[in-house]
Structure formats: structure tokens, C-alpha cells
Ligand binder design. Structure first.
Ligand SMILES: C[S@@+](CC[C@H](N)C(=O)[O-])C[C@H]1O[C@@H](n2cnc3c(N)ncnc32)[C@H](O)[C@@H]1O
Length: 510
């Protein structure tokens, strides 16, 4: 172990306040259920490497799970704890590394252990510690979620990342900030490309990728490209790593991956059906889709349901619509681009709209659309959840318990939105997950919490808050200069927010 607490991890630039729905227990349960696994019902949840802790706080507020987590960056742990304590959340968040976490005497056995964006960015030693946590602390029947960079999708760009990091190590000087070093190394690689480097000529997609890097958030890129540890891993190697913890692959948390027609041509589907060994089949599938980022759920103990048990469990599940039917595109991109049948989807979506967006159980949906085959209904729901338009709903009793915790967190997030745009999500106790919100929507919500229900006053309050901090709105990348332009733009935001309110109310976010 290196003497530095950060083990070569980029700590110079703060990590963004991301929320990832794949981390939500309700989504993981659904993903397991559609693959025929009995999902963990309740129990503690552990998030490894929680970043700024937004997902951890949202899950602590909006679900029934006791949330534990660690991130060895003390500033990030402090930020996460500050959000949790200002919201009155009962969380167990630490700034331990993975080895120290395991030494906690009170660490319970977890129903869920999750790590988003960790595995590829840590040393082998840290990976071993993670596996030890899984071996000792994931309960039988528990689910482990990991997202990681993988091959073959990263094969060509692997050497681009190497060049960027090498240029920065050799040519960057310590006086330069990480963002400056990143900018310089991207410019260096672009120069090499324009000077005819055969690597770039043979890999035109890598050249595209390089050119697109300039448009990305530099803070995100610094974490992606400049860590000392950065290792994509083939699925079969990853599965081998988890074997000592007795884990086996169950499902992808990225639901679009469950739908073969979105990702595989018929001949590829037929070829994969011939492969009996599940790890080999999944590996070959990665070649068919040129996988570069996996979002895997592994289980400890293969509790498979019978088809009847699976169907009965699914019929009881409710789903909520997160966006207005008019905003949903009928073209869905997996690896392939597929047009879904409006004749099936439109009535399904409109049923939610005509009932004030209240969640519906799959049983209700099956009854309401008797001509739809069960497989068609399941595919439509899986695609809508996978595309982020729907989300599985929690049990009624859980929703009730999560309501006031979620509201406290949401109030705190809205209060902070008055100062900056760092956090762009609120907690929904209905789905047990985060819901994306713009900064202006959060500011309007802050006014609503203060008892103000008139859109014109939301706009006036928001503008007064922005103006007092010398902040202006942007439109098409340009700052709006006059108060009239700013308030007109805020009014447009307020109108959109009004249109979205019925959905936010059904999700108990507003
Ligand atoms: C790429 S970030 C992902 C953060 C968060 N999960 C997300 O997706 O937004 C990786 C995080 O893991 C933390 N981390 C890396 N190595 C660690 C270790 N050995 N022990 C604890 N935390 C670690 C870093 O501080 C960082 O916040």
C-alpha cells in the first residue's frame, strides 16, 4: 500500500455530484426479477466510493435501506455528511479506505453492496479489499453492483489513454493544475494525429473520440484519464475476480441490455443461444456489441424463481412514468437503432397521463391491454425503464416511511440550488431513486416550499436571488444581459416546470 491515503487517485479536482439510477435498489430488484432471480427484499445497503455522496443520500432518504458508505477522500466524505446532516438523514458514511471499512466492528451484513465507477479506477490491492468486503459482508441472496470499463470496447482507445497519461507524466510539471495538464496532453495527441500517426489512421474512431474530449467536463476527464490506476477488464476476468466471494453474474443494471432486438442482429442472437457456458456467452456477447462499459449485478446464492413465481412477482410490481408521453422518442438506441411500435407504446403511456401519472401495477396494465402478449408488455416496460422514461415503484409502506425523509433532503437540495448548480436531482420516495431537475426547477421548488404557489412570484424570487449574486441566465451558450431577457427566460423555465408538476407530484417530489 502506498503511504499516501489517495493511492494515486486524482484528488486535486472535486468530483461531480452525480446520481446514478443503476445504484437504486428498486431498479436492481427489477433487473434481477426479469432475469428470474429472487431479489433481496430489504436490508442494509453499502456504497463503496460514494464520490460526493448524492446517490447515498438519495437512497438513504427515499428507500427503506439503512445506507452505509465509504469514500477515502475526506473532503468528499465531509460534503456527503454535510448534505446528510443538513437533511436530518441517518447514514453511516466514512472516509475509510476499503480495508479500514472492513475493520469496523459494527459493519452489518448487507443486502446490497454497490460501487459505481470504482473497479477500473483502483489498484489490484484495493480490488482485493473489495472482494474481501463482498466475501465477508454480502449476505446470502444479496446483490452486488459494479460498473467498470471493459474490453473489447476500450481496446483501441486504451492506447490513447496511455498516450495522454504518459505525456502528462513526462511533460506536465507539478506547478500546472490537472485541467491544464489534461488540455495540454489532448492538444499533444491531436498534434501527433495531424502529423500522420498510423495509430490514429488505423483507428479513426479513436481520432473522433480524441476530438470529442475537448467538449467534456475537464473534472470528469481528469478522473477518467489521469488516475494512476485505470484498468478496463474483460467480463470473464471480472467474473474470476469475484469468484472467491462466491458471486455469480445475474443481470445487467442497464435494462436496454436485456432486450436483444435493440443490440443484436438475429444471427448474433442465434449464435449466442448455442453457447451454454454463461460466462463465455456473456463474453462473446461483449464482442457482438463491442462493449466498453458494463453495469453488472452479481448475486450470492443463485435463488432462481420458477416462471410462475417470476410472473406472479412481476404482476405485483408497479411502475411510474417519469416524463410526459409527448417527450418520448420512438427511436431507441441500443447498439442498434430501433423504432418501437407507437401503436403499443402510445396507449400505454397515455394511460398514465390520463390518470394523473399515478403508478400502475403490471397486473393493471395487463388487464387494461388484454390484446398485448405478456412478453410484449414486459419488453415495453423494460425498454421504457431502460431508456429512463419509467422506474419501478416501491411498496406502499416503504413509500409512506420514505416521504418525510425525502422531503427534508429535497428542501436542503433546493436551498443549495439558490447558490449554485452543483446538485441536479431530487429524491422520490415513490421510486426510491433520484429524479433529474434543472437548477431553475429547484429554485422554483424552494419558493413553493416557502408557500409561494404563483409562477410569476417564483420567477421574481429566482431572478432576485440570481441578481444578488451577479449571476445571469444563459441562452444558446450566451449570457442574457438585461433583467427583461433574464426574467423572460425564467418565465419559459417556469412554464415547463408547471407542465412537469403533475409528474413530480405523482412521484412525491413536489
Ligand atoms: C470515479 S469516482 C466515482 C464516484 C461515485 N461512485 C460516482 O460514480 O459518482 C471513484 C471514487 O472512489 C473513491 N476511492 C478510490 N479508491 C478508494 C479506496 N481505496 N477507498 C475508498 N474510496 C476510494 C474516490 O475518492 C472517488 O470518489
Amino acid at each position: 500500500m502506498s503511504n499516501n491515503w489517495n493511492d494515486g487517485y486524482v484528488t486535486e479536482v472535486p468530483y461531480t455530484y452525480g446520481y446514478y439510477r443503476e445504484l437504486s435498489p428498486s431498479l436492481q430488484r427489477f433487473a434481477l426479477l426479469i432475469q428470474g432471480y429472487a431479489p433481496p427484499t430489504e436490508g442494509p445497503y453499502l456504497e463503496l466510493g460514494f464520490g460526493q455522496g448524492l446517490s447515498a443520500c438519495i437512497h438513504a432518504a427515499a428507500t427503506d435501506c439503512t445506507v452505509w458508505g465509504t469514500d477515502f477522500n475526506p473532503t468528499q466524505a465531509a460534503n456527503a455528511l454535510s448534505l446528510a446532516s443538513a437533511s436530518g438523514l441517518d447514514v453511516q458514511l466514512f472516509d475509510d479506505n476499503f480495508e479500514q471499512l472492513l475493520a469496523h466492528r459494527s459493519l452489518p451484513e448487507f443486502a446490497f453492496i454497490a460501487a459505481h465507477g470504482i473497479w477500473s479506477w483502483v489498484s489490484n490491492e484495493a480490488r482485493q479489499q473489495i472482494v474481501e468486503i463482498l466475501r465477508c459482508k454480502l449476505r446470502v441472496g444479496g446483490a452486488a453492483y459494479f460498473s467498470y470499463n471493459t474490453f473489447p470496447g476500450w481496446s483501441a482507445a486504451y492506447s490513447l489513454r496511455h498516450l495522454l497519461a504518459l505525456q502528462s507524466d513526462v511533460m506536465g510539471n507539478t506547478g500546472q493544475g490537472v485541467v491544464e495538464r489534461l488540455t495540454n496532453s489532448v492538444a499533444f495527441a491531436q498534434e501527433i494525429a495531424t502529423k500522420g500517426a498510423a495509430y490514429f489512421k488505423s483507428n479513426p474512431l479513436v481520432t473522433d473520440r480524441l476530438n470529442k474530449l475537448t467538449a467534456y467536463d475537464k473534472h470528469y476527464l481528469a478522473h477518467e484519464y489521469f488516475n494512476k490506476n485505470w484498468q478496463p477488464m474483460h467480463f470473464s476476468e471480472f467474473a474470476n475476480w469475484l469468484e472467491p466471494a462466491k458471486l455469480e453474474f445475474a443481470a445487467s443494471a442497464h435494462l436496454l441490455e436485456h432486450v436483444d432486438t435493440l443490440n443484436l442482429l438475429p444471427e448474433a442472437q442465434a449464435k449466442l443461444k448455442e453457447i451454454g457456458n454463461p460466462v463465455f456467452r456473456e463474453s462473446v456477447r461483449d464482442y457482438f456489441v463491442n462493449q466498453q462499459f458494463r453495469r453488472d449485478i452479481f448475486v450470492r446464492g443463485n435463488a432462481k424463481l420458477s416462471l410462475l413465481e417470476q410472473r406472479e412477482a412481476l404482476l405485483e410490481i408497479s411502475v411510474a412514468l417519469l416524463v410526459h408521453p409527448d417527450e418520448i422518442s420512438y427511436t431507441i438506441s441500443g447498439v442498434l437503432e430501433v423504432t418501437i411500435q407507437e401503436a403499443i407504446y402510445r396507449p400505454l403511456l397515455e394511460l398514465f397521463a390520463t390518470h394523473k401519472f399515478r403508478p400502475h401495477t403490471l397486473k393493471e396494465l395487463a388487464r387494461h391491454f388484454p390484446t398485448l402478449l405478456w412478453d410484449q408488455l414486459m419488453q415495453a416496460i423494460t425498454i421504457l425503464i431502460g431508456a429512463g422514461h419509467m422506474h419501478p415503484v416501491q411498496r406502499e409502506d416503504v413509500i409512506k416511511r420514505a416521504k418525510s425523509k425525502s422531503q427534508s433532503l429535497n428542501k436542503e437540495i433546493c436551498r443549495r440550488a439558490r447558490s449554485n448548480a452543483e446538485i441536479g436531482f431530487l429524491a422520490s420516495p415513490v421510486i426510491g431513486a433520484g429524479v433529474k431537475m434543472s437548477r431553475f426547477e429547484l429554485m422554483f421548488m424552494a419558493s413553493r416550499y416557502a408557500g409561494n404557489h404563483k409562477p410569476q412570484s417564483w420567477v421574481e424570487e429566482a431572478w432576485a436571488t440570481l441578481q444578488s449574486q451577479g449571476q445571469k441566465l444563459l441562452k444558446e451558450g450566451k449570457a442574457l444581459e438585461t433583467p427583461e431577457e433574464n426574467t423572460a427566460e425564467l418565465q419559459a423555465h417556469a412554464q415547463k416546470f408547471m407542465a412537469r408538476l403533475p409528474i413530480l407530484m405523482a412521484l412525491h417530489v413536489a
